[in-house]
Design a binder for this molecule. Structure first.
Ligand SMILES: [Zn+2]
Length: 66
């Protein structure tokens, strides 16, 4: 499955989770739409760690505001 690279903009809202390796926030998709439909999603944090999270655990957060 190809992973679309998300263009991150500070101050915009995303669905994502905290990287279990480094604690940085990682965005999965834009937060101005519905939560992703998949049961589990994969994302890559700013430090390049790939990890997956259950969609029910995704947080909607404002990038740069953490
Ligand atoms: Zn990380």
């Amino acid at each position: 499955m190809a992973t679309e690279k998300l263009h991150i903009v500070v101050g915009e809202w995303y669905w994502g989770a905290t990287c279990p390796e480094c604690g940085e926030m990682a965005a999965h998709s834009k937060g101005d739409s519905e939560k992703p439909g998949e049961a589990q999603v994969t994302m890559t944090c700013a430090n390049g760690h790939r990890f997956s999270a259950r969609t029910e655990n995704l947080l909607r957060f404002e990038w740069g505001a953490q």
